[in-house]
Design a protein around this ligand. Sequence first.
Ligand code: ATP
Ligand code: MG
Length: 242
Amino acid sequence: MTAFLQLDQVTKSFGAVTVADELTYGVEAGEALGVIGPNGAGKTSMFNLITGTLQPNSGKVHFNGQDVTSMNAAKRCRSGMARSFQVPQPFSGMTVFENAMVAATQAAGLSGHEAEKFCLEVLEQTELLDRANTLAGGLTLLGRKRLELTRALCARPKLLMLDEIAGGLTEAECASLVKTIKDIHASGVTIIWIEHVVHALLAVVDRLIVIDFGKKIAEGEPHAIMKSPEVQEIYLGIEADA
Ligand SMILES: Nc1ncnc2c1ncn2[C@@H]1O[C@H](COP(=O)(O)OP(=O)(O)OP(=O)(O)O)[C@@H](O)[C@H]1O
Ligand SMILES: [Mg+2]
């Protein structure tokens, strides 16, 4: 049985470094999956493998009923997947609205009034409407995170991949971003969220996977996974038998 997004035995190495080690899991349509794991575990590489900016050495990726393993990144994006970047990558010299328009026209294929109307709707959803005419380079950290989210949503994704979008925010900022992500999920968008800010993640996701050295080492109900000895030892640095 192939899920909405399905990774089968996906393996990728850079020389001696294995960033994906026979990674196998599925994400059902409408689900929110959380991903945790130590720095350098291969989490961002996994997004690169899903979105097609990285090719696996072996294994398959299926998305929305199609084998996308050899499909290029632009085509995968048009088929309904979008991601935010761990390090925000806006066009700093363009306004927030112009950044949204680039995604809506290039990734979602909209044009003219339809594109503008859609961007304004997304900016309202991501609470950036009052910053629409601000240069992206002049945004606060929360603003830049919200713009990452906006750019991804302007591609009109069925699957939204978030890469450490809550890092570096204050508690209040994080809570406001969590609310926005919850609303996006409630609107029917499938989410995979890589995050070190675990309490933010647990407020949204239905299921959690843990990646270490490119390998999936645990998968299941989020609170149970956080309490498991593997996670305590590998993620929190606590000896399992301590
Ligand atoms: N293009 C590349 N060439 C060589 N090595 C790479 C490349 N991309 C990633 N790596 C290495 O692969 C490993 C996994 O990197 P990745 O960015 O996927 O980790 P991560 O789990 O996202 O870490 P973090 O939590 O710090 O963001 C790291 O050791 C990284 O240096
Ligand atoms: Mg990363």
